[in-house]
Design a protein around this ligand. Structure first.
Ligand SMILES: *[C@@H]1O[C@H](CO)[C@@H](O)[C@H](O)[C@H]1NC(C)=O
Ligand SMILES: [Cu+2]
Length: 131
């Protein structure tokens, strides 16, 4: 039955493609071992993000002491001016997983006074077409 075999092959190909796409999605600890904190250098989180290629399905994990930090997702203007007054999303558990479920720009900062200005902010970009 040739047609049955083709159907089986197509199902196997679809399963393989799905496995590859899931394998490509990764979980990133923001700031690596430093976690989400006041960086020693203001460009620390820029550098952290710069050598990574984020894709849809990736998860960011923000690890921090919630007494001293939080995670606010803001828009581009809020990010540039470190304005935390109207975040899109607010996280404060101390270990927050944020799934990146669409292409585009994601801006995060710490809302504690002075922390964003000191560099506790990160911009994640997911291209529409993964490279
Ligand atoms: C911060 O953003 C809010 C809401 O978008 C705005 O009303 C406010 O003027 C901004 N503050 C500064 C200092 O830009
Ligand atoms: Cu902070």
């Amino acid at each position: 039955m040739a047609s049955v075999n083709i159907a089986v092959i197509l199902i196997l190909v679809a399963m393989a493609l799905y496995a590859v796409s899931v394998a490509m999605a990764a979980t990133y600890m923001v700031g690596d071992s430093a976690g989400w904190t006041l960086p020693q250098q203001p460009i620390y989180y820029d550098k952290w993000a710069a050598d990574k290629t984020f894709v849809v399905g990736d998860t960011l994990v923000f690890d921090y002491n919630p007494q001293y930090h939080n995670v606010l997702r803001v828009d581009q203007l809020g990010f540039q001016s470190c304005n935390a007054t109207s975040p899109i999303m607010r996280y404060a558990s101390g270990r927050d997983s944020v799934a990146l479920q669409s292409p585009g720009h994601f801006f995060f900062l710490c809302g504690f006074p002075g922390h964003c200005q000191a560099g506790q902010k990160v911009h994640i970009h997911i291209a529409i077409y993964p490279p």
